[in-house]
Design a protein. Structure first.
Length: 478
């Protein structure tokens, strides 16, 4: 395989060398072979990028709604032109199968750009309250730290509204999957985003991520990743009292009620966990089923898991790919073994690679049953294709256990009655709830309660997170 070299950063509208040379290998998780090399940045590179963003903010923050609409329209046009390249990069570097990269991973970039355009068209930047004008202005220079699991989704749900709001920015994508972010820099450059408005510095959390978080000229940090890393970002940002938006971990409950279509609910639930190899913060990884129906749910889940093919991400057809890295593979293997050691019933899968796959970070689609909500596999975010089935004795019991978690990102409710499902949804302490298999809504706020984060992304709520509010008293003559 030809190894790609991407050894420059995008700062102030140009591709520039790092201050201090240091390279990092990007590994194809399907083959465990190096597919690319990037440079790793330092605080000095961050300082250059932030200075460029600060300079650009003076003029870009004053652009009109119409100018930013035209710019975003060009970004969307160029993004669609480069769509095939983006699909291929995501599959190569983080292991999402080509079908998933095309239908969902890269598609979320189009969704966020189109949604942001709709929000910007009619957003009320100024409203009168008596003689006072309530004005919404760009928050300033934004530091963006994004993960590898849905990389384009998590980059463009930040970059698009920041551009629309009039902010400038410095992005640190994940060093595990940086190639798609470099393509985004190319897209923005070709679309005519002014120099300094968007900057990209590759690197890891302790160097580039922390340098962004502590930097006095960064007005806001928006972070997506683990709760542990999100806490570190918030602590680093505290001394400069900058705004911190966090979209963190999850351990989402999927409550299958007595009146649900069990076959449909279990089938959809297992498929939702296995999609993206379980590497979604909002995956419904805890399935609660009536105790009397657990045996039936186990049989259904086993059939779905064992019928799911696992193959190289670059292969055609519907299948599950690898997890993104050796670190993820090792963590997941350890937690599967922990579930066995804790005495949960292994329904499907288990430790080791699927049969016939001797290389690559491939994990068996795994289902546990007879799980208690206090087991480690029910408490920790595994971030792999692992479902735990937890039996319950009453609806109140199910809701109590669903809420008994430090997380509160998403919830799922399955019922034969939409009214019944909505009543249960109102009792869940989560930022989002999916009823009867409903998919994501790019215009709806995305984010969580408790240790799943602060702030919201997507749609108008995500747009508002990049705005400051100013009151101008006496703005109207009395």
């Amino acid at each position: 395989m030809t190894v790609q070299n991407h050894l420059q950063f995008y700062i102030d509208g140009q591709w520039v060398d790092p201050t201090t040379p240091a390279t990092h290998d990007v590994v194809n998780p399907s083959t465990e072979e190096v597919c690319a090399r990037i440079s790793m940045g330092s605080a000095a590179d961050v300082h250059k990028a932030v200075a460029a963003a600060r300079r650009a903010f003076a003029s870009y923050s004053q652009t009109t709604r119409e100018e930013r609409l035209a710019l975003l329209g060009r970004v969307l046009e160029v993004y669609q032109k480069r769509y095939g390249d983006i699909v291929a990069a995501i599959s190569l570097e983080m292991g999402a199968p080509l079908w998933l990269s095309k239908a969902a991973q890269a598609a979320m970039g189009v969704a966020h750009l189109a949604t942001t355009l709709d929000v910007l068209k009619n957003f009320p930047f100024e409203q009168l309250q008596g003689s006072t004008a309530i004005v919404h202005e760009p928050v300033g220079v934004v530091g963006m730290i994004t993960p590898w699991n849905w990389p384009i989704n998590q980059i463009l749900c930040k970059v698009a509204p920041a551009l629309a709001a009039g902010c400038t920015m410095v992005l640190k994508p994940s060093e595990v999957a940086p190639l798609n972010a470099l393509l985004i820099a190319e897209v923005l450059h070709e679309a005519g985003v002014p120099p300094g408005v968007f900057n990209l510095v590759n690197g890891d959390g302790p160097s580039v991520g922390e340098a962004l978080s502590v930097h006095p000229d960064i007005d806001m940090v928006t972070f997506t990743g683990s709760t542990r890393a999100g806490i570190a970002v918030a602590k680093a940002a505290a001394d400069t009292v900058k705004r911190v938006a966090q979209e963190l971990g999850g351990k989402s409950a999927n409550i299958v009620l007595e009146d649900a279509d069990l076959e449909r609910a279990v089938t959809q639930g297992v498929q939702a966990v296995l999609m993206n190899s379980g590497q979604s913060c909002n995956a419904p990884t805890r399935m609660f089923v009536p105790r009397a129906r657990q045996a039936q749910a186990m049989a259904l889940a086993k059939a779905v898991a064992e019928a799911t093919p696992v193959a190289d991400a670059m292969a055609e057809g519907m299948h599950m790919g690898p997890v993104a890295s050796q670190a993820q593979f090792s963590k997941i293997q350890g937690l599967i073994q922990k579930g066995i050691d804790e005495g949960a019933t292994l329904v499907a899968g288990g430790t080791g690679r699927p049969q016939g796959l001797n290389k690559g970070f491939f994990v068996k689609p795994t289902v546990f049953a007879d799980v208690r909500n206090d087991m480690i596999i029910a408490r920790e975010e595994i971030f792999g294709p692992v479902l735990v089935i937890i039996p319950y004795d009453s609806e109140d019991d199910a809701v109590r256990m669903a809420n008994d978690t430090p997380y509160g990102l998403s919830g799922y409710v399955q019922s034969g009655s939409l009214e019944h499902a909505r009543r249960v949804a109102q009792r869940l302490r989560t930022g989002m709830v999916h009823l009867n298999g409903a998919g994501p809504d790019p215009a709806a706020p995305f984010g969580g309660y408790k240790q799943s984060g602060n702030g919201r992304e997507w749609g108008e709520h995500g747009f508002r997170d990049f705005l400051e509010v100013k009151s101008i008293m006496g703005a109207v003559a009395g």
